[in-house]
Design a protein around this ligand. Structure first.
Ligand SMILES: [Zn+2]
Length: 153
């Protein structure tokens, strides 16, 4: 990928508004997620383009490109990583520890199960997580990261 292009794109990206926020990037949140997670009063402060700050240490939940923000504590769910004790997957309750443990034991059954269920009717990531994203990508990344290296023979 062209570096100059990435940089330019990066600069145009809306940032978590300071001083209440961290100045970091956010992920765009679909309108149905905002409707489920933010109160009417909170949603009224934000424009149509709503972003969620993923920084675990930042108090801002939603923000928009024009500097409005809603604290993470005002959202319906405080999910991982802003709440380190929250399950990674609010739909099925799988935690970060579960995934790491499974990876270390090289047992992908719960991850496989999650991937399967994530496409089914019981998955409601769009309304149960503040960023509206399915946790499978993060669960997979965690699993790969914590899988012990193959022993050399
Ligand atoms: Zn932030």
């Amino acid at each position: 990928m062209n570096k100059a292009f990435v940089k330019e794109d990066d600069d145009k990206e809306p940032r978590c508004p300071q001083p209440e926020g961290c100045g970091g990037p956010g992920v765009t949140v679909p309108p149905n997620t905002v409707a489920a997670q933010a109160s009417d009063a909170a949603a009224a402060k934000l424009s149509d383009h709503v972003l969620y700050c993923l920084d675990p240490g930042c108090a801002v939940g939603y923000f928009d490109p024009w500097g409005a923000s809603v604290p993470a504590n005002d959202l319906a769910s405080l999910s991982w990583p802003k709440d380190p004790t929250a399950p990674l997957c609010p739909c099925f309750g799988l935690t970060r520890e579960d995934v790491v443990e499974d990876a270390e034991r090289k047992d992908p059954s719960r991850l496989r199960d999650l991937i399967e269920k994530s496409t089914g009717p019981a998955a409601s990531c769009a309304t149960r997580t503040p960023d509206g994203r399915c946790c499978v990508t993060e669960a997979r990344r965690l699993y790969m990261k914590h899988m012990p290296p193959e022993p050399e023979e």
